[in-house]
Design a binder for this molecule. Structure first.
Ligand code: C2O
Length: 611
């Protein structure tokens, strides 16, 4: 178990918690993981909703009265209730509670609340089901997800028919288009708390950590099966928006408005940025501003960005998946909970690029509370999920899923295609073949981005004088620093000129830790390392000096608006390609792009991370 399990900011825990169990008349055998020395009180007097379907939008916590709690603290537990407990109660993974009885509305304001175009009442309907364990599908066929820009007539027709059927369901049906959209909002905007782990005051957040990939995989898994069921097709598969391929870099046509005004396309959504419709190419490094460039350069930069997210910055499990996030961790935590390379990279860029910039909250795709209302969201995430598979298939040492039990046993609750409530674990989504879906690839061996490592800088294009001595070192800088302007700092490396053998054993990673920002804002800053370009030349995202960006779109409704994250950037290739491998210090430049006026950073360092 890791030492960062218990951030002191919220819980001030000093010792490993003891685990006690209690019974309550309403929630039999619920485990209460009581932690010692907790500084915030247990919320013990919340109401349990009586049998009232309309109550599912109110905050509901288990009815644990103080007497029971005290009994619990006294150590009342038996082997009988121990065996029937959800396994998660014995450890510390994030455990989603029963989503139908314990859910609250996104509970704080969207910046422009009156202008929000979607509801924040995101709790799922309660149709009186009890949570079942997940069972792998036993079907023989594999659902082949297809390229959205190149679907067959049949694939496209089925897809439209299924989405239309979803839209035609009554709003309170667990499979309705709106309920499916709300799933994302509830998991992102504070719908659920960590009550099952003993932290009723701490929300669950499925972004910014190692939950990002598995959570969204499960979400799409059920979404796809529900659509298939609606049209009675067990082979139904979602499309993926192939933005990592030059042929797929515009919004796929199938999602656009019908040309004939009398027809309507169920895949169309009105809340998209009108400037970004085809033939405009997506900018996978979008930072709020329009890039004035040619298609050729945009394509090259996009491919480099994918390469950067998967290879250079996704060099190890943590860099790719994001940092650990376990019971007791709040969105505001001490320090180094990091966001994964794809999540903070291509993923966020596409969200914001698609979202309607004329809306106050950038609905739908530009804000996490509303993203699920755009059918394009699911095609985007299908490709994000595919990035996980491709990353693993690269077969590079270090490209493996987390093995920490706190990751493996983290769980979510969804309505499946039969309207049953099921609990699913990260560990069960690793094997795509068991989940019976896969991605169609045009060619198994050629991915355009695979060869898009940014070109090595020629020494001639670099300035010869190396006048960085006046740049402060991290020791001289006073942390935390506010990123209200460009920040340049020298960061000491722990080793230079490592041999290939040494490089194979550990990755050299630049860590930007303790990034604190307003969770209701769109923020982005870029990170450049050892930029030695001559006066007047500015490196671009296609250049080797560009380490990558850190971006977030609003998580509106977070109880505390302050969020904390960290970012990791792989340095090995960057240093080689900028001819700076032999230098003792790396000169790191952080360039704020948007929303960074009050963003602070608590630490910048370079570490060797064993593979
Ligand atoms: Cu849950 Cu793309 O976000």
């Amino acid at each position: 178990m890791s030492s960062s399990l218990f951030p002191t900011t919220t819980t001030a825990l000093t010792s490993k918690p003891t685990i006690k169990f209690i019974n309550t008349p309403f929630i039999p055998q619920r485990a209460i993981n009581t932690r010692t020395n907790r500084t915030h009180g247990f919320r013990v007097s919340c109401n349990v909703a009586p049998d009232d379907d309309h109550n599912h939008n109110k905050p509901i916590l288990p009815n644990i009265d103080r007497r029971n709690l005290l009994l619990g603290l006294g150590g009342l537990y038996t082997t009988a209730n121990l065996t029937s407990l959800p396994p998660a109660a014995l450890a510390d993974p994030i455990t989603t509670p029963d989503i139908t009885s314990i859910c609250k509305e996104a509970d704080s304001g969207i910046k422009d609340l009156e202008k929000a175009v979607r509801t924040r009442k995101c709790c799922p309907p309660n149709i009186k089901k009890t949570i079942k364990p997940f069972v792998f599908p036993n079907e023989k066929t594999v659902r082949m997800r297809w390229r959205a820009h190149n679907g067959s007539k049949e694939q496209v027709e089925k897809y439209k028919k299924a989405i239309q059927a979803m839209r035609d369901l009554p709003d309170d049906h667990p499979h309705s288009f709106i309920q499916q959209a709300k799933i994302h909002c509830a998991y992102c905007n504070g719908g659920y708390t960590q009550v099952d782990s003993g932290f009723p005051d701490i929300d669950i957040q499925i972004h910014n950590s190692w939950l990002f990939f598995p959570y969204h995989r499960w979400y799409l898994y059920f979404y796809e099966r529900i659509l298939g069921k609606l049209i009675n097709d067990p082979t139904f598969a979602l499309p993926y928006w192939n933005w990592d391929n030059p042929a797929g870099m515009t919004i796929p046509d199938i999602f656009l408005e019908e040309k004939e005004k009398s027809k309507s396309n169920p895949l169309f959504d009105i809340y998209r940025d009108a400037r970004h419709l085809p033939p405009k190419l997506v900018d996978l490094d979008f930072g709020g501003g329009e890039r004035d460039t040619t298609n050729e350069i945009q394509i090259a930069c996009n491919l480099s960005t994918v390469y950067r997210d998967l290879v250079r910055n996704g060099a190890d499990t943590k860099s790719f998946f994001g940092g650990e996030y376990v019971a007791g961790d709040a969105p505001v935590a001490n320090g180094d909970k990091s966001v994964g390379s794809v999540e903070a990279g291509c993923h966020i860029a596409v969200h914001r690029w698609v979202g309607d910039s004329t809306q106050a909250n950038f609905e739908d795709m530009g804000n996490l509370y509303s993203s699920g209302y755009d059918p394009l969201f699911y095609a985007h995430h299908s490709n994000v999920d595919r990035m996980w598979k491709l990353w693993k298939d690269l077969g590079i040492p270090g490209h493996t899923e987390p093995t920490d039990p706190d990751w493996l046993n983290a769980s979510y609750v969804f309505y499946d295609e039969n309207q049953d409530l099921v609990r699913v674990y990260n560990k069960d989504c690793i094997k795509m073949d068991a989940l019976k879906y896969n991605y169609y690839e045009e060619s198994k061996s050629v991915f355009p981005w695979r060869k898009s490592r940014p070109a090595k800088r020629s020494k001639n294009s670099q300035a010869t004088s190396n006048s960085t001595e006046d740049v402060k070192t991290t020791e001289q800088l006073k942390f935390p620093v506010t990123l209200d302007g460009v920040l340049k700092v020298r960061v000491k490396r722990s080793a230079v000129n490592r041999t290939d053998e040494e490089k194979a054993k550990a990755n050299e990673i630049l860590l930007i830790n303790g990034i604190k920002f307003d969770g209701e804002k769109y923020v982005k800053f870029d990170v450049f390392v050892n930029d030695k370009l001559k006066e007047g030349e500015v490196p671009t995202p296609c250049d080797p000096e560009y380490a990558g960006g850190f971006a977030q779109i609003p998580h509106t409704g977070m109880k505390k608006m302050l969020m904390s994250s960290a970012a990791r950037f792989g340095l090995a290739e960057l240093l080689e390609d900028t001819n700076t491998e032999g230098e003792e210090y790396a000169v790191v430049t952080l360039v704020p792009r948007i929303g960074c006026e009050d963003l602070t950073i608590s630490d910048i360092k370079i570490e060797l991370v064993p593979i």
